[in-house]
Write a protein that binds this ligand. Structure first.
Ligand code: FAD
Ligand code: SF4
Length: 503
Protein backbone atom coordinates (compact mmCIF):
# COMPACT_ATOMS: atom_id res chain seq x y z
CA UNK A 1 0.00 0.00 0.00
CA UNK A 2 1.24 3.50 -0.78
CA UNK A 3 1.57 6.12 1.95
CA UNK A 4 -0.98 8.89 1.43
CA UNK A 5 1.26 11.31 3.26
CA UNK A 6 3.82 13.16 1.14
CA UNK A 7 7.47 13.12 1.99
CA UNK A 8 9.15 16.43 2.77
CA UNK A 9 12.78 16.16 1.76
CA UNK A 10 14.96 18.51 3.82
CA UNK A 11 18.38 19.32 2.34
CA UNK A 12 21.50 19.95 4.41
CA UNK A 13 21.33 23.74 4.05
CA UNK A 14 17.61 23.99 4.89
CA UNK A 15 17.70 23.20 8.59
CA UNK A 16 14.97 25.42 9.97
CA UNK A 17 11.49 24.35 11.01
CA UNK A 18 9.78 27.62 10.09
CA UNK A 19 11.09 28.06 6.54
CA UNK A 20 10.51 26.39 3.20
CA UNK A 21 8.04 23.59 2.64
CA UNK A 22 8.45 22.19 6.15
CA UNK A 23 6.85 25.33 7.56
CA UNK A 24 3.53 24.25 5.95
CA UNK A 25 3.51 20.88 7.70
CA UNK A 26 2.85 19.49 11.14
CA UNK A 27 3.66 16.05 12.56
CA UNK A 28 1.31 13.49 11.04
CA UNK A 29 0.81 15.37 7.77
CA UNK A 30 4.06 14.23 6.19
CA UNK A 31 7.15 12.08 6.61
CA UNK A 32 10.50 13.90 6.65
CA UNK A 33 13.51 12.67 4.70
CA UNK A 34 17.15 13.69 5.21
CA UNK A 35 19.91 12.07 3.15
CA UNK A 36 23.65 12.09 3.87
CA UNK A 37 25.28 11.47 0.50
CA UNK A 38 28.60 9.55 0.31
CA UNK A 39 29.28 11.01 -3.13
CA UNK A 40 29.14 14.57 -1.79
CA UNK A 41 31.48 13.65 1.05
CA UNK A 42 33.84 11.93 -1.36
CA UNK A 43 33.86 14.80 -3.85
CA UNK A 44 36.46 17.03 -2.15
CA UNK A 45 39.08 16.97 0.51
CA UNK A 46 36.86 18.64 3.11
CA UNK A 47 37.89 20.65 6.10
CA UNK A 48 37.13 18.50 9.15
CA UNK A 49 35.10 21.24 10.84
CA UNK A 50 33.02 21.87 7.74
CA UNK A 51 32.15 18.22 7.10
CA UNK A 52 31.41 17.77 10.78
CA UNK A 53 29.22 20.85 11.09
CA UNK A 54 26.92 19.96 8.20
CA UNK A 55 26.40 16.31 9.21
CA UNK A 56 26.08 17.07 12.89
CA UNK A 57 23.57 19.87 12.21
CA UNK A 58 21.49 17.52 10.00
CA UNK A 59 21.44 14.87 12.72
CA UNK A 60 20.55 17.35 15.42
CA UNK A 61 17.74 18.71 13.25
CA UNK A 62 16.40 15.21 12.62
CA UNK A 63 16.38 14.56 16.37
CA UNK A 64 14.52 17.81 17.03
CA UNK A 65 11.88 16.97 14.42
CA UNK A 66 11.41 13.51 15.96
CA UNK A 67 11.00 15.08 19.37
CA UNK A 68 8.25 17.26 17.90
CA UNK A 69 6.46 14.15 16.69
CA UNK A 70 7.50 13.92 13.02
CA UNK A 71 8.27 10.57 11.40
CA UNK A 72 11.80 11.11 10.20
CA UNK A 73 13.77 8.94 7.80
CA UNK A 74 17.39 10.04 8.10
CA UNK A 75 19.57 7.86 5.94
CA UNK A 76 23.05 7.53 4.52
CA UNK A 77 23.24 6.62 0.83
CA UNK A 78 25.77 6.51 -2.01
CA UNK A 79 24.05 9.50 -3.68
CA UNK A 80 21.08 11.76 -2.99
CA UNK A 81 19.13 9.97 -5.75
CA UNK A 82 19.90 6.56 -4.24
CA UNK A 83 18.73 7.83 -0.86
CA UNK A 84 15.45 9.01 -2.32
CA UNK A 85 14.95 5.71 -4.20
CA UNK A 86 15.55 3.63 -1.07
CA UNK A 87 13.17 5.86 0.89
CA UNK A 88 10.44 5.63 -1.77
CA UNK A 89 10.80 1.85 -1.97
CA UNK A 90 10.58 1.43 1.77
CA UNK A 91 7.65 3.76 2.41
CA UNK A 92 5.93 3.50 -0.99
CA UNK A 93 5.73 7.26 -1.28
CA UNK A 94 3.71 8.94 -4.04
CA UNK A 95 4.68 12.58 -3.65
CA UNK A 96 7.98 14.08 -2.59
CA UNK A 97 8.11 17.78 -1.78
CA UNK A 98 11.17 19.95 -1.19
CA UNK A 99 12.19 23.56 -0.87
CA UNK A 100 13.92 24.64 -4.04
CA UNK A 101 17.66 23.96 -3.53
CA UNK A 102 20.32 26.67 -3.50
CA UNK A 103 22.29 25.52 -6.56
CA UNK A 104 21.57 25.20 -10.28
CA UNK A 105 22.67 21.56 -10.39
CA UNK A 106 20.61 20.50 -7.39
CA UNK A 107 17.46 22.07 -8.87
CA UNK A 108 18.01 20.14 -12.10
CA UNK A 109 18.69 16.90 -10.23
CA UNK A 110 15.66 17.10 -7.96
CA UNK A 111 13.37 18.07 -10.82
CA UNK A 112 14.64 15.06 -12.78
CA UNK A 113 13.74 12.86 -9.81
CA UNK A 114 10.16 14.15 -9.91
CA UNK A 115 10.42 16.12 -6.66
CA UNK A 116 7.89 18.97 -6.38
CA UNK A 117 9.83 22.13 -5.56
CA UNK A 118 8.50 25.14 -3.72
CA UNK A 119 9.97 28.63 -3.33
CA UNK A 120 13.18 28.90 -1.31
CA UNK A 121 12.30 31.15 1.63
CA UNK A 122 15.65 30.86 3.40
CA UNK A 123 16.63 34.26 1.99
CA UNK A 124 15.13 37.69 2.41
CA UNK A 125 14.57 38.29 -1.29
CA UNK A 126 13.23 35.91 -3.91
CA UNK A 127 15.94 35.66 -6.58
CA UNK A 128 13.29 36.01 -9.31
CA UNK A 129 12.39 39.42 -7.92
CA UNK A 130 16.08 40.32 -7.93
CA UNK A 131 16.24 39.18 -11.57
CA UNK A 132 13.36 41.46 -12.52
CA UNK A 133 15.15 44.38 -10.87
CA UNK A 134 18.53 43.55 -12.43
CA UNK A 135 17.29 42.79 -15.92
CA UNK A 136 18.16 45.46 -18.47
CA UNK A 137 20.26 47.53 -16.05
CA UNK A 138 23.53 48.85 -17.37
CA UNK A 139 25.19 48.26 -14.00
CA UNK A 140 23.80 45.98 -11.31
CA UNK A 141 25.17 47.98 -8.41
CA UNK A 142 25.03 46.57 -4.89
CA UNK A 143 24.48 50.07 -3.49
CA UNK A 144 21.31 50.58 -5.60
CA UNK A 145 19.96 47.17 -4.63
CA UNK A 146 20.74 47.73 -0.96
CA UNK A 147 18.97 51.11 -0.78
CA UNK A 148 15.94 49.59 -2.41
CA UNK A 149 15.98 46.79 0.20
CA UNK A 150 16.17 49.33 3.03
CA UNK A 151 13.12 51.20 1.72
CA UNK A 152 11.04 48.17 0.76
CA UNK A 153 11.69 46.29 3.98
CA UNK A 154 11.64 49.45 6.10
CA UNK A 155 14.95 48.73 7.77
CA UNK A 156 16.97 51.54 9.38
CA UNK A 157 14.58 54.12 7.94
CA UNK A 158 13.29 57.24 9.69
CA UNK A 159 10.27 57.89 7.51
CA UNK A 160 11.63 58.38 3.99
CA UNK A 161 15.17 59.11 5.20
CA UNK A 162 17.94 56.69 6.10
CA UNK A 163 18.58 56.48 9.85
CA UNK A 164 21.58 58.58 10.83
CA UNK A 165 21.03 60.89 7.84
CA UNK A 166 23.05 58.97 5.27
CA UNK A 167 22.89 55.60 3.51
CA UNK A 168 26.51 54.67 3.76
CA UNK A 169 29.03 54.80 6.59
CA UNK A 170 31.85 53.08 4.68
CA UNK A 171 34.14 56.11 5.13
CA UNK A 172 33.97 55.58 8.93
CA UNK A 173 34.31 51.83 8.63
CA UNK A 174 37.63 51.41 6.88
CA UNK A 175 39.98 52.20 9.73
CA UNK A 176 43.32 50.41 10.04
CA UNK A 177 43.77 48.21 13.11
CA UNK A 178 43.68 50.15 16.37
CA UNK A 179 47.01 50.45 18.19
CA UNK A 180 45.50 50.51 21.67
CA UNK A 181 45.89 46.75 22.24
CA UNK A 182 42.17 46.43 22.99
CA UNK A 183 40.45 43.14 23.78
CA UNK A 184 38.03 41.85 21.15
CA UNK A 185 34.84 39.95 21.95
CA UNK A 186 35.55 36.36 22.90
CA UNK A 187 33.71 33.33 21.57
CA UNK A 188 32.46 30.61 23.87
CA UNK A 189 32.70 27.12 22.44
CA UNK A 190 29.66 24.86 22.61
CA UNK A 191 30.25 21.55 24.42
CA UNK A 192 30.39 18.62 21.98
CA UNK A 193 27.55 16.15 22.63
CA UNK A 194 27.12 12.46 21.72
CA UNK A 195 25.94 13.27 18.19
CA UNK A 196 28.98 15.50 17.62
CA UNK A 197 31.35 12.84 18.90
CA UNK A 198 29.77 10.08 16.79
CA UNK A 199 30.08 12.21 13.65
CA UNK A 200 33.73 12.95 14.43
CA UNK A 201 34.53 9.27 14.86
CA UNK A 202 32.65 8.20 11.73
CA UNK A 203 34.43 10.80 9.61
CA UNK A 204 37.86 9.81 10.88
CA UNK A 205 37.42 6.06 10.29
CA UNK A 206 35.92 6.41 6.81
CA UNK A 207 38.68 5.69 4.29
CA UNK A 208 36.62 7.12 1.43
CA UNK A 209 36.68 10.62 2.91
CA UNK A 210 39.75 12.86 2.67
CA UNK A 211 39.93 15.43 5.45
CA UNK A 212 42.11 18.44 6.23
CA UNK A 213 42.34 20.93 9.07
CA UNK A 214 41.96 20.95 12.82
CA UNK A 215 39.32 18.84 14.59
CA UNK A 216 35.92 20.33 15.51
CA UNK A 217 35.95 22.06 18.90
CA UNK A 218 32.38 23.32 19.27
CA UNK A 219 33.09 26.65 17.55
CA UNK A 220 30.35 26.41 14.92
CA UNK A 221 26.65 26.22 15.89
CA UNK A 222 24.97 22.94 14.93
CA UNK A 223 21.51 23.68 16.35
CA UNK A 224 19.19 26.64 16.11
CA UNK A 225 19.46 27.19 19.88
CA UNK A 226 23.24 27.50 19.58
CA UNK A 227 22.92 29.79 16.59
CA UNK A 228 20.48 32.07 18.45
CA UNK A 229 22.84 32.19 21.42
CA UNK A 230 25.69 33.20 19.08
CA UNK A 231 23.54 35.89 17.48
CA UNK A 232 22.64 37.35 20.87
CA UNK A 233 26.30 37.38 21.98
CA UNK A 234 27.32 39.11 18.77
CA UNK A 235 24.64 41.78 19.07
CA UNK A 236 25.58 42.43 22.72
CA UNK A 237 29.35 42.28 22.45
CA UNK A 238 30.52 42.42 18.82
CA UNK A 239 28.08 44.70 17.01
CA UNK A 240 28.92 47.96 18.84
CA UNK A 241 32.50 47.76 17.56
CA UNK A 242 31.78 46.02 14.24
CA UNK A 243 32.03 49.04 11.96
CA UNK A 244 35.23 50.97 12.43
CA UNK A 245 37.70 48.12 11.99
CA UNK A 246 35.67 45.92 9.65
CA UNK A 247 38.53 45.89 7.11
CA UNK A 248 41.42 45.50 9.54
CA UNK A 249 43.55 42.36 9.94
CA UNK A 250 45.53 41.34 13.03
CA UNK A 251 47.82 38.32 13.28
CA UNK A 252 46.81 37.53 16.85
CA UNK A 253 43.08 38.14 16.47
CA UNK A 254 41.18 35.86 14.13
CA UNK A 255 37.77 37.53 13.94
CA UNK A 256 38.05 41.01 15.55
CA UNK A 257 34.41 42.17 15.81
CA UNK A 258 33.07 40.07 12.92
CA UNK A 259 29.91 38.12 13.66
CA UNK A 260 30.98 34.63 12.49
CA UNK A 261 27.30 34.00 11.73
CA UNK A 262 27.67 33.09 8.05
CA UNK A 263 27.72 29.31 8.55
CA UNK A 264 24.58 29.38 10.70
CA UNK A 265 22.74 31.47 8.11
CA UNK A 266 24.02 29.37 5.20
CA UNK A 267 22.72 26.06 6.57
CA UNK A 268 19.40 27.61 7.54
CA UNK A 269 19.75 27.70 11.34
CA UNK A 270 19.30 31.48 11.36
CA UNK A 271 16.86 33.57 9.35
CA UNK A 272 18.83 36.47 7.79
CA UNK A 273 15.91 38.81 8.48
CA UNK A 274 15.94 38.00 12.20
CA UNK A 275 19.66 38.80 12.17
CA UNK A 276 18.95 42.17 10.51
CA UNK A 277 16.12 43.01 12.92
CA UNK A 278 18.23 42.07 15.98
CA UNK A 279 20.90 44.53 14.81
CA UNK A 280 18.35 47.26 14.13
CA UNK A 281 16.76 46.85 17.57
CA UNK A 282 20.21 47.27 19.16
CA UNK A 283 20.55 50.61 17.32
CA UNK A 284 17.04 51.79 18.19
CA UNK A 285 17.65 50.98 21.87
CA UNK A 286 20.95 52.85 21.86
CA UNK A 287 23.07 49.72 22.35
CA UNK A 288 25.10 50.04 19.14
CA UNK A 289 26.13 53.05 17.02
CA UNK A 290 24.75 53.69 13.55
CA UNK A 291 28.03 53.17 11.67
CA UNK A 292 28.36 49.64 13.07
CA UNK A 293 24.72 48.71 12.64
CA UNK A 294 24.48 50.12 9.12
CA UNK A 295 27.78 48.44 8.20
CA UNK A 296 26.55 45.08 9.46
CA UNK A 297 23.05 45.31 7.95
CA UNK A 298 24.67 46.31 4.63
CA UNK A 299 26.54 42.96 4.71
CA UNK A 300 23.53 40.78 5.48
CA UNK A 301 20.63 42.50 3.72
CA UNK A 302 22.80 44.06 1.02
CA UNK A 303 25.81 41.98 0.04
CA UNK A 304 24.48 38.55 0.99
CA UNK A 305 21.16 39.00 -0.81
CA UNK A 306 22.82 40.68 -3.78
CA UNK A 307 25.18 37.73 -4.17
CA UNK A 308 22.27 35.29 -3.90
CA UNK A 309 20.38 37.19 -6.60
CA UNK A 310 23.44 37.47 -8.87
CA UNK A 311 24.14 33.74 -8.66
CA UNK A 312 20.76 32.98 -10.22
CA UNK A 313 20.78 35.98 -12.55
CA UNK A 314 24.16 35.06 -14.08
CA UNK A 315 23.16 31.40 -14.52
CA UNK A 316 25.23 28.20 -14.47
CA UNK A 317 27.56 29.36 -17.29
CA UNK A 318 29.05 31.87 -14.86
CA UNK A 319 31.08 28.99 -13.37
CA UNK A 320 33.23 28.79 -16.49
CA UNK A 321 34.14 32.51 -16.60
CA UNK A 322 37.89 33.05 -16.89
CA UNK A 323 38.37 36.26 -18.82
CA UNK A 324 41.88 36.90 -17.54
CA UNK A 325 42.84 33.40 -18.70
CA UNK A 326 44.20 32.35 -15.33
CA UNK A 327 45.24 28.70 -15.16
CA UNK A 328 47.57 28.28 -12.17
CA UNK A 329 46.54 25.63 -9.62
CA UNK A 330 45.78 26.63 -6.04
CA UNK A 331 49.24 27.37 -4.54
CA UNK A 332 50.78 24.76 -2.24
CA UNK A 333 51.15 27.51 0.39
CA UNK A 334 47.32 27.66 0.61
CA UNK A 335 46.71 23.94 0.78
CA UNK A 336 49.26 23.33 3.53
CA UNK A 337 51.47 21.35 1.12
CA UNK A 338 54.30 23.88 1.49
CA UNK A 339 55.17 26.46 4.11
CA UNK A 340 55.38 30.12 3.13
CA UNK A 341 57.50 33.02 4.34
CA UNK A 342 54.77 35.53 3.46
CA UNK A 343 53.55 36.41 6.95
CA UNK A 344 50.09 37.53 5.80
CA UNK A 345 49.40 34.38 3.76
CA UNK A 346 50.85 32.14 6.45
CA UNK A 347 48.63 33.70 9.14
CA UNK A 348 45.43 33.49 7.08
CA UNK A 349 46.11 29.90 5.95
CA UNK A 350 46.85 28.88 9.55
CA UNK A 351 43.49 30.40 10.52
CA UNK A 352 41.72 28.42 7.81
CA UNK A 353 43.45 25.26 9.00
CA UNK A 354 42.55 25.89 12.66
CA UNK A 355 39.00 27.21 12.25
CA UNK A 356 37.85 26.81 8.62
CA UNK A 357 37.39 30.58 8.67
CA UNK A 358 38.94 33.81 7.44
CA UNK A 359 37.17 37.13 7.65
CA UNK A 360 36.12 39.10 4.59
CA UNK A 361 39.23 41.19 4.02
CA UNK A 362 41.49 38.19 4.56
CA UNK A 363 39.48 36.34 1.91
CA UNK A 364 39.41 39.25 -0.52
CA UNK A 365 42.72 41.07 -0.05
CA UNK A 366 45.05 38.23 0.98
CA UNK A 367 43.80 34.94 -0.50
CA UNK A 368 41.77 36.48 -3.34
CA UNK A 369 44.25 39.23 -4.18
CA UNK A 370 47.21 36.84 -4.20
CA UNK A 371 45.29 34.46 -6.46
CA UNK A 372 44.32 37.31 -8.79
CA UNK A 373 47.90 38.59 -9.01
CA UNK A 374 49.38 35.12 -9.61
CA UNK A 375 46.62 33.97 -12.00
CA UNK A 376 45.01 31.11 -10.07
CA UNK A 377 42.29 29.30 -12.00
CA UNK A 378 38.91 30.70 -10.81
CA UNK A 379 37.11 27.39 -10.60
CA UNK A 380 40.04 25.71 -8.80
CA UNK A 381 40.02 28.48 -6.18
CA UNK A 382 36.25 28.26 -5.85
CA UNK A 383 36.40 24.52 -5.20
CA UNK A 384 39.20 24.86 -2.67
CA UNK A 385 37.38 27.58 -0.72
CA UNK A 386 34.10 25.71 -0.95
CA UNK A 387 35.59 22.65 0.73
CA UNK A 388 37.61 24.52 3.33
CA UNK A 389 35.47 27.42 4.48
CA UNK A 390 32.90 26.69 7.14
CA UNK A 391 30.31 28.71 5.22
CA UNK A 392 31.09 27.51 1.68
CA UNK A 393 28.28 27.12 -0.86
CA UNK A 394 28.22 27.52 -4.62
CA UNK A 395 25.73 30.42 -4.64
CA UNK A 396 27.94 32.54 -2.42
CA UNK A 397 31.34 31.46 -3.74
CA UNK A 398 30.74 32.04 -7.44
CA UNK A 399 30.03 35.78 -7.33
CA UNK A 400 32.56 36.35 -4.53
CA UNK A 401 35.42 34.37 -6.06
CA UNK A 402 34.81 34.62 -9.79
CA UNK A 403 33.28 38.09 -9.81
CA UNK A 404 34.67 39.98 -6.86
CA UNK A 405 38.05 38.46 -6.03
CA UNK A 406 39.34 37.26 -9.41
CA UNK A 407 37.62 39.62 -11.86
CA UNK A 408 37.16 36.56 -14.03
CA UNK A 409 33.82 37.81 -15.34
CA UNK A 410 35.39 40.84 -17.03
CA UNK A 411 33.75 43.27 -14.61
CA UNK A 412 30.10 42.17 -14.66
CA UNK A 413 30.04 42.19 -10.88
CA UNK A 414 32.88 44.46 -9.70
CA UNK A 415 33.80 47.52 -11.73
CA UNK A 416 37.52 47.03 -11.17
CA UNK A 417 39.77 44.22 -9.95
CA UNK A 418 40.54 44.18 -6.21
CA UNK A 419 44.28 44.12 -6.97
CA UNK A 420 46.69 45.59 -4.44
CA UNK A 421 50.34 45.45 -3.52
CA UNK A 422 51.93 45.10 -0.09
CA UNK A 423 51.15 48.74 0.79
CA UNK A 424 47.46 47.94 1.30
CA UNK A 425 48.18 44.94 3.54
CA UNK A 426 50.76 46.96 5.44
CA UNK A 427 48.22 49.72 6.08
CA UNK A 428 45.37 47.44 7.09
CA UNK A 429 47.22 44.80 9.14
CA UNK A 430 50.13 44.16 11.45
CA UNK A 431 51.49 41.30 9.32
CA UNK A 432 54.28 43.13 7.51
CA UNK A 433 56.27 44.10 10.55
CA UNK A 434 57.03 40.44 11.27
CA UNK A 435 57.62 39.45 7.66
CA UNK A 436 60.90 38.68 5.95
CA UNK A 437 59.71 40.71 2.92
CA UNK A 438 59.46 44.48 2.65
CA UNK A 439 56.06 45.75 1.46
CA UNK A 440 57.66 48.89 -0.04
CA UNK A 441 60.09 47.01 -2.27
CA UNK A 442 59.26 45.60 -5.69
CA UNK A 443 62.74 44.39 -6.72
CA UNK A 444 65.41 42.42 -4.91
CA UNK A 445 65.34 39.32 -2.74
CA UNK A 446 63.35 40.94 0.02
CA UNK A 447 60.78 42.57 -2.28
CA UNK A 448 57.22 41.85 -1.15
CA UNK A 449 55.71 39.30 -3.56
CA UNK A 450 52.39 41.19 -3.52
CA UNK A 451 54.13 44.41 -4.57
CA UNK A 452 56.18 42.92 -7.45
CA UNK A 453 53.22 40.85 -8.60
CA UNK A 454 50.85 43.83 -8.50
CA UNK A 455 52.82 45.79 -11.11
CA UNK A 456 53.38 42.63 -13.12
CA UNK A 457 49.63 41.94 -13.05
CA UNK A 458 48.86 45.38 -14.47
CA UNK A 459 51.51 45.01 -17.17
CA UNK A 460 50.50 41.43 -18.02
CA UNK A 461 46.80 42.28 -18.34
CA UNK A 462 47.15 45.78 -19.74
CA UNK A 463 45.39 44.90 -23.00
CA UNK A 464 42.35 43.60 -21.07
CA UNK A 465 42.23 46.38 -18.48
CA UNK A 466 43.05 49.50 -20.46
CA UNK A 467 39.42 50.25 -21.29
CA UNK A 468 38.59 50.44 -17.56
CA UNK A 469 38.39 54.11 -16.60
CA UNK A 470 38.71 53.27 -12.88
CA UNK A 471 42.16 51.79 -13.52
CA UNK A 472 43.52 54.69 -15.55
CA UNK A 473 45.71 56.03 -12.73
CA UNK A 474 47.19 52.66 -11.79
CA UNK A 475 47.99 51.79 -15.40
CA UNK A 476 49.59 55.19 -15.94
CA UNK A 477 51.65 54.64 -12.76
CA UNK A 478 52.76 51.24 -14.04
CA UNK A 479 53.85 52.71 -17.39
CA UNK A 480 55.90 55.35 -15.58
CA UNK A 481 57.88 52.85 -13.50
CA UNK A 482 61.58 53.18 -14.40
CA UNK A 483 62.27 49.69 -13.04
CA UNK A 484 59.27 47.92 -14.57
CA UNK A 485 61.47 45.40 -16.33
CA UNK A 486 63.35 44.50 -13.15
CA UNK A 487 60.04 44.36 -11.25
CA UNK A 488 58.63 41.93 -13.78
CA UNK A 489 61.77 39.81 -13.59
CA UNK A 490 61.34 39.66 -9.81
CA UNK A 491 57.67 38.75 -10.30
CA UNK A 492 58.70 35.92 -12.64
CA UNK A 493 61.09 34.59 -9.97
CA UNK A 494 58.34 34.82 -7.39
CA UNK A 495 56.01 32.76 -9.59
CA UNK A 496 58.64 30.07 -10.11
CA UNK A 497 59.20 29.93 -6.34
CA UNK A 498 55.45 29.73 -5.79
CA UNK A 499 55.00 26.81 -8.17
CA UNK A 500 57.89 24.93 -6.55
CA UNK A 501 56.50 25.49 -3.07
CA UNK A 502 59.41 27.73 -2.16
CA UNK A 503 57.73 31.07 -1.47
C1 FAD B 1 36.85 35.31 -2.04
C2 FAD B 1 35.66 35.32 -1.10
C3 FAD B 1 35.04 34.14 -0.75
C4 FAD B 1 33.93 34.14 0.08
N1 FAD B 1 33.32 32.96 0.38
C5 FAD B 1 32.21 32.95 1.15
C6 FAD B 1 31.55 31.73 1.44
O1 FAD B 1 31.95 30.65 1.03
N2 FAD B 1 30.45 31.77 2.22
C7 FAD B 1 29.97 32.94 2.72
O2 FAD B 1 28.95 32.92 3.41
N3 FAD B 1 30.57 34.09 2.45
C8 FAD B 1 31.69 34.14 1.69
N4 FAD B 1 32.30 35.33 1.43
C9 FAD B 1 31.71 36.57 1.94
C10 FAD B 1 32.25 37.01 3.33
O3 FAD B 1 33.64 37.09 3.29
C11 FAD B 1 31.82 36.06 4.43
O4 FAD B 1 30.41 35.94 4.41
C12 FAD B 1 32.21 36.54 5.80
O5 FAD B 1 33.60 36.73 5.88
C13 FAD B 1 31.74 35.55 6.86
O6 FAD B 1 32.20 35.90 8.13
P1 FAD B 1 31.26 36.60 9.19
O7 FAD B 1 30.03 35.80 9.39
O8 FAD B 1 32.10 36.83 10.40
O9 FAD B 1 30.90 37.95 8.47
P2 FAD B 1 30.60 39.44 8.97
O10 FAD B 1 31.74 40.28 8.57
O11 FAD B 1 30.20 39.46 10.38
O12 FAD B 1 29.39 39.87 8.02
C14 FAD B 1 28.03 39.55 8.35
C15 FAD B 1 27.41 38.67 7.32
O13 FAD B 1 27.28 39.36 6.09
C16 FAD B 1 27.24 38.41 5.03
N5 FAD B 1 28.21 38.83 4.01
C17 FAD B 1 29.15 39.79 4.12
N6 FAD B 1 29.80 39.96 2.95
C18 FAD B 1 29.27 39.07 2.09
C19 FAD B 1 29.53 38.76 0.74
N7 FAD B 1 30.47 39.39 0.03
N8 FAD B 1 28.81 37.77 0.19
C20 FAD B 1 27.86 37.11 0.88
N9 FAD B 1 27.57 37.38 2.17
C21 FAD B 1 28.27 38.35 2.76
C22 FAD B 1 27.59 37.05 5.62
O14 FAD B 1 26.43 36.30 5.74
C23 FAD B 1 28.15 37.39 7.00
O15 FAD B 1 27.90 36.41 7.96
C24 FAD B 1 33.43 35.36 0.59
C25 FAD B 1 34.06 36.55 0.24
C26 FAD B 1 35.16 36.53 -0.61
C27 FAD B 1 35.80 37.83 -0.99
S1 SF4 C 1 55.54 42.20 3.33
FE1 SF4 C 1 54.23 41.45 1.72
S2 SF4 C 1 54.20 39.21 2.01
FE2 SF4 C 1 54.97 40.11 3.90
S3 SF4 C 1 53.18 40.36 5.20
FE3 SF4 C 1 53.45 42.29 4.11
S4 SF4 C 1 52.17 42.08 2.30
FE4 SF4 C 1 52.44 40.02 3.14
Amino acid sequence: MTDARPTVWVLGDQLRRTAGVLADHTPGTCRVLLVESDSILGRHQWHRQRAHMVISAMRHFATELEAEGFDVDHRQAPTLAAGLRAHSDEFRVERVLATSPSSHDAVTRLEALGVELSTNTFFITDYRKFGEWADGRKRIRMEDFYRRQRIELDVLMDGDEPAGGTWNFDHENREPPPKDGRAWPTLELFPLDAIDCDVMTELEVNDDIALWGAAPDGRWPVTRAQALERLQRFVDEGLPGFGAHEDAMLAAEWKLAHSVLSSAMNIGLLDPMEVVRAAEVAYREGRAPINSVEGFIRQVMGWREYVWGLYWFFGPEYRAENQLEAHRPVPPSFTGDAPTEMACVSSVVQGIHDRAYAHHIERLMVIGNFSLLTGVDPWALTEWMWANFIDGAEWVMLPNVIGMALHADGGRMATKPYAAGGAYINKMSDHCKGCRFNPKKRTGDDACPFTSLYWDFLARNEHQLKGNARLGQQLAGMRRLADLEATRERAAEVLVGLDCGEL
